[in-house]
Design a protein around this ligand. Structure first.
Ligand SMILES: C[S@@+](CC[C@H](N)C(=O)[O-])C[C@H]1O[C@@H](n2cnc3c(N)ncnc32)[C@H](O)[C@@H]1O
Length: 304
């Protein structure tokens, strides 16, 4: 392991080889900084231990990617290891996986459990894939619940495409509303929860009182068809889409929003005091035992 100049090497630091050095610009981006805090990583791990939200979609994504024993896989945006766990459950003790994440705090949390020998943790983004692919390329790149955090989607998909073996595939999971499929948000329990979010914002002065609930459409920054078109135009030969249905108690939805990096994304303009108040009020006033649909879209793109 060679020393990294930008990020001092510590005993529990993931592998930093000079040929896939992490870019300082990626490390300091607002999104990565939000994830890269020990309190955030710990809160994320606690949430994952209490709710099946991320674990269940990771398992479904591994199934959709049709991994088989002996394949070399990349887990892009590995976080605290939920998707990695699902991958190793299928590939077994001889799993060969490069687990990449730009947030060192998330990787450190993942490293608190022991993994099979063939798991390599790397701090990075899709930019590091070209130096990590090896001669053969990855048989599969999985990116569960992380793709929309990448600031340049075209670059992400291009970098993944180039890192794949000829038969390789990219498997993405994305909350359905982030691909513009948001019918579930019009259900009564979801509407009540979204109205509460809106009221709290107003009460805390986080936007002008006359402004109403954001439209469901504004939650989608990218449509499903644009994902598919972009994947096809980059050269992927086949794209399949599956919906992973998931239903969670409203209490868990509120807990999810309280994860610091998620809250940062929801209330970028809020002070620490406003955030604490928001979480407190949300927990106290939401209909905790009601259920709400929180589906995911699974997109699998095959190189040939
Ligand atoms: C919601 S977590 C998902 C983690 C894991 N895949 C899981 O399912 O539990 C999102 C992860 O994406 C990472 N991330 C943020 N920006 C990224 C980027 N540009 N490329 C890859 N991962 C990124 C975050 O650091 C975080 O660990």
């Amino acid at each position: 392991m060679s020393a990294e100049t930008d990020f001092p090497t510590e005993p529990d630091e993931p592998d930093h080889k000079s040929d896939h050095r992490f870019d300082q610009a990626d490390a300091t981006s607002a999104i990565v900084s939000a994830w890269d805090r020990a309190e955030n990583a710990a809160a994320y791990a606690r949430f994952c231990a209490a709710s099946d939200y991320y674990r269940s979609v990771s398992r479904a994504l591994v199934g959709a990617a049709q991994l088989t024993q002996g394949e070399r896989v990349c887990d892009l945006g590995c976080g605290t290891g939920e998707t990695l766990l699902a991958i190793t459950q299928v590939l077994g003790a001889t799993a060969q996986v490069v687990a990449i994440d730009p947030a060192l705090a998330m990787i450190r949390q993942a490293q608190q459990v022991s993994w099979p020998e063939g798991i390599e943790f790397v701090r990075g983004t899709s930019r590091q894939l070209s130096s990590l692919r090896g001669n053969h390329g990855f048989d599969a790149v999985l990116c569960s619940s992380a793709a929309w955090l990448h600031p340049h989607r075209e670059a992400l998909l291009r970098e993944v495409f180039s890192s794949l073996a000829p038969h390789g595939r990219l498997a993405l999971s994305i909350p359905s509303e982030f691909v513009g499929e948001s019918a579930h948000l019009t259900e009564p329990s979801a509407q009540r929860f979204l109205s509460l979010l809106s009221s709290l914002r107003t009460e805390l002065g986080l936007w002008p009182a006359q402004e109403s609930l954001p439209s469901v459409d504004s939650l989608s920054s990218f449509t499903l068809s644009s994902w598919i078109d972009q994947l096809s135009s980059l050269g992927f030969a086949r794209v399949s889409v599956v919906v992973h249905p998931f239903v969670m108690p409203i209490r868990d939805w509120a807990e999810h929003l309280a994860i610091p990096a998620v809250l940062d994304g929801l209330l970028p303009e809020a002070s620490d005091v406003q955030r604490r108040q928001f979480v407190l009020q949300l927990t106290q006033r939401c209909a905790q035992d009601e259920q709400a649909a929180r589906p995911w879209h699974l997109i699998v793109a095959w190189r040939s």
